[in-house]
Design a protein around this ligand. Structure first.
Ligand code: SF4
Length: 491
């Protein structure tokens, strides 16, 4: 007789964490709900749906093999599915690990769910709150250093390994020339993968593993083949390789197939064996124990209304190029949007410095852009995308999270990618028909928002640059043409 129903959301797929770590197949039944809201409510990228659904169905099968009674139900939404399972089984006690969004938290509370601590992160929500409440500004670097000390990672006697907390200077190389990139391994879809792909009307993904065994293989590929050179090229973008030396494991950490703790342990173990440089190891560790934990902490700390912020009063509708990449001649943007449509993933620099940067400097409505990012990426959970887009990407929070906007012209993209050589525009020009839209709009953005940034001392250099711009009237004129052209899908 089962007395407890354990609800497993699609991002808690791990037997050793959350509500499953103390589960007993004799007394506990499992509920997994494939909600229509999640699959058809919005313009979800099919790669994303394929990955999430197939992973959940594989996990249900794995739990059945471990003798659990699993109720996997398709329903209009999660509460409807859970109510149906509770009615059918007669089980009254509903248990879940703290879910990863405000909405789901509320829905489960209304169903009377009991929560166990969400340990899919290395920092509890309480611990993060105590850090955040003691800060004047929420500088990630300060949080990260505390994490290193607290978790005892790359520290000796309270000091950072290599006598530096970061090696950013070594980790900003542009893409190398005449370099041979390892091909990213392809998947071997099984029966469940094929079934999910058929339901979605697509081919099984060549990119995404859908089991823990597969995810562990990807972690091993990263540690064995890519970690060594991850650091220097972590910000580079090249048409020669979509994955470069990135781990591409964020989808698995975010849906629970991998735990951040085991990922960091694998990387540190490799470092201790020798042969991988500290700058690569530190750069990766920072992403996992720093950025990832910080973003999740900030999502909960900043509250549910944070996602509605629009501090720069940005009103432009989502540009047509985000839906149809052929609606732009901008080589960098067209390639990245196309890649995301096909794969549901690109690394942090195209996300931040190409796509978010474009949304920022065109004055695109933050919520429209947030929706697009949420819909497209395989690793996009609410907690990841809200702070990353609203705070970091488009600076819609008035600087609550980041002290200055991540706005950049074509010079940055030209330095860090090989896109500009094949582009209809010239990254060095800010006026004229062939001016790079990023370069023109960067100055126009500073100009349009000069009042908002006038007192920001971190913007001193940019504000000064703007004052010295001799051709500002021409830049303004070209910016209007560019914005109109982007709205029409003709630039
Ligand atoms: Fe992108 Fe401008 Fe470079 Fe073209 S010239 S690829 S639009 S940065």
């Amino acid at each position: 007789m089962k007395t407890k129903l354990i609800f497993i959301p699609f991002d808690h797929l791990n037997k050793d964490f959350g509500a499953l770590k103390s589960a007993n197949p004799k007394t506990d039944a499992i509920a997994i709900v494939e909600s229509k809201r999640m699959t058809s409510g919005r313009a979800w990228n099919k790669q994303r749906l394929y990955f999430l659904i197939s992973s959940a169905r594989h996990f249900a099968q794995e739990l059945r093999s471990a003798r659990f009674e699993v109720h996997y139900r398709k329903a209009a939404d999660t509460p409807t599915g859970l109510k149906a399972i509770m009615k059918e089984t007669g089980i009254k006690q509903l248990v879940c690990a703290e879910p990863s969004s405000f909405v789901q938290y509320r829905q489960l509370k209304e169903l009377g769910a009991e929560f166990v601590e969400n340990d899919f992160f290395l920092t509890s929500r309480t611990l993060f709150t105590s850090w955040a409440e003691a800060q004047k500004t929420f500088v990630m670097e300060n949080f990260y250093r505390k994490q290193r000390l607290r978790l005892g990672i790359l520290v000796k006697d309270g000091k950072p390994e290599g006598d530096a907390w970061n090696f950013d200077e070594d980790n900003r190389l542009p893409p190398p020339k005449n370099y041979s990139w390892d091909k990213y391994p392809e998947t071997s879809p099984d029966k469940i993968d094929k079934e999910v792909a058929k339901e979605l009307g697509v081919e099984p993904s060549a990119y995404w593993e859908t089991t823990r065994v597969g995810a562990l293989k990807r972690l091993k590929v990263f540690v064995d083949k890519h970690l060594e050179e991850f650091g220097p090229y972590e910000d580079a973008v090249t048409t020669e390789s979509w994955s470069l030396h990135h781990s591409v494991i964020s989808p698995y950490i975010n849906n629970g197939l991998l735990h951040p703790g085991e990922v960091v342990s694998a990387v540190i173990a490799k470092y201790k064996k020798g042969g991988v440089p500290l700058n690569s190891v530190e750069g990766f560790v920072r992403q996992v124990i720093g950025w990832r934990e910080y973003i999740n902490g900030m999502y909960w700390f900043l509250g549910e209304d944070y996602k509605h912020k629009n501090g720069l009063n940005a009103k432009r509708k989502l540009l047509p190029l985000f839906v149809e990449p052929s609606k732009t001649k901008m080589n960098c943007v067209a390639n990245e949007v196309e890649a995301i449509h096909n794969r549901g993933w690109t690394h942090h620099i195209p996300r931040l410095m190409i796509l978010s940067n474009l949304a920022l400097i065109t004055g695109t409505n933050p919520q429209e852009f947030l929706d697009w990012m949420r819909e497209q990426f395989v690793d996009a959970s609410e907690w990841v995308m809200v702070p990353n887009v609203i705070g970091m990407g488009v600076h819609a929070d008035g600087g609550q999270m980041m002290t200055k906007p991540y706005a950049a012209g074509g010079a940055y993209i030209s330095r860090m990618t090989n896109y500009c050589k094949g582009c209809a525009y010239n990254s060095k020009e800010r006026t004229g028909d062939t001016a790079c839209p990023f370069t023109t709009l960067y100055w126009d953005f500073l100009d349009r928002n000069s009042a908002a940034f006038a007192k920001n001392h971190r913007m001193f250099q940019q504000n000064n640059g703007l004052k010295r711009l001799s051709d500002l009237p021409e830049v303004r004129k070209r910016a209007q043409q560019v914005l109109k052209g982007l709205d029409k899908g003709e630039i």
